[in-house]
Ligand binder design. Structure first.
Ligand SMILES: N[C@@H](CCC(=O)N[C@@H](CS)C(=O)NCC(=O)O)C(=O)O
Length: 217
C-alpha cells in the first residue's frame, strides 16, 4: 500500500490537481491517486469528508489531511526536505515562496479567461487586456528568475514555484499565446518533463468533457 494518497479530479481541467500531483512527484512521495469525477453527488459528499474546503487536490498522509496546494507544497517540503521543493538559501527561499504565493492568490484574469484544457488547441486565441496583463507579469517573473538563478528552472533546480506555474505553460500552449523566447523555452522545458508528459497523456485519455470549460472560437 502506498504511503499517501492524493485526491484529484479531472486531469484535463484541474490545474490545482496538476500542481498538487506534480509536487508529490517532485518530492518523490510514494502515493496513490484517487480520481473523483467532479460532478457526481456521491463524489462531492466523499470529497467533503476528505477536504473540508470541498476542493482538490487533497493529500492524505497517515492521519494527516492537507487540502490546499500551497499547504501541500509546504508539507511536502517538511517531510522531504532533500527533494529541494524550496531553495537552500534563506533569501532565495523567500523569493521562491513569494513567486509561488503570487500564483496561488493571483492571476484570476488569466485563470478565468484561459482555463486549463489539455485536450484543446485554439490557434491565435484573442487574449483580452486583463489576461494579457497577467501573462506579462508572469513572463517578467520567469525572465527575472531565469536570469538571476541561471535556469534551467525558475530557481535553478525544480522547486515548488515550477509546479505552481506549470499549468500556465499548458495554457500558453493551448491558447497559442506568443511570449518572449526565454519564456517560450522555459515552457518547453516544463511541458517536456517526464511527469508532465505522463499527466498530459492521461488527461488526453479522459473520457469526460465539461462544456463550460470548452471555450469555443
Ligand atoms: N486554493 C485552492 C484551490 C483549489 C481549487 O480551486 N480546486 C478546484 C479544482 S481545480 C476544485 O476543487 N473545485 C471544486 C470542484 O471541482 O468541485 C488550492 O490551492 O488547492
Amino acid at each position: 500500500m502506498a504511503e499517501a494518497s492524493l485526491t484529484i479530479s479531472s486531469k484535463n481541467y484541474s490545474s490545482w490537481a496538476l500542481r498538487g500531483w506534480l509536487l508529490c512527484k517532485m518530492a518523490g512521495l510514494d502515493f496513490e491517486e484517487r480520481i473523483l469525477p467532479a460532478d457526481d453527488p456521491s463524489t462531492r459528499a466523499e470529497l467533503l469528508l476528505l477536504s473540508p474546503s470541498f476542493l482538490v487536490p487533497c493529500l492524505k498522509h497517515g492521519d494527516i489531511s492537507v487540502w490546499d496546494t500551497l499547504a501541500i507544497a509546504e508539507y511536502l517540503h517538511e517531510i522531504r526536505p532533500e527533494a529541494g521543493l524550496l531553495p537552500q538559501d534563506r533569501a532565495v527561499r523567500a523569493h521562491c515562496r513569494a513567486i509561488a504565493g503570487e500564483m496561488h492568490s493571483g492571476f484570476s484574469n488569466l485563470r478565468s479567461a484561459l482555463p486549463m484544457n489539455l485536450k484543446a488547441y485554439h490557434p491565435r486565441f484573442k487574449v483580452w487586456a486583463g489576461a494579457q496583463g497577467d501573462i506579462d507579469r508572469i513572463t517578467a517573473v520567469w525572465r527575472d528568475c531565469l536570469v538571476r538563478y541561471g535556469g534551467p528552472y525558475l530557481f535553478g533546480t525544480l522547486t515548488m514555484a515550477d509546479a505552481m506555474y506549470a499549468p500556465v505553460c499548458t495554457r500558453l500552449r493551448t491558447y497559442d499565446v506568443p511570449v518572449d523566447s526565454q519564456s517560450a523555452a522555459y515552457c518547453g522545458r516544463i511541458l517536456n518533463l517526464p511527469f508532465m508528459l505522463e499527466w498530459i497523456t492521461a488527461a488526453r485519455a479522459e473520457p469526460e468533457e465539461i462544456e463550460e470549460l470548452d471555450v469555443e472560437f
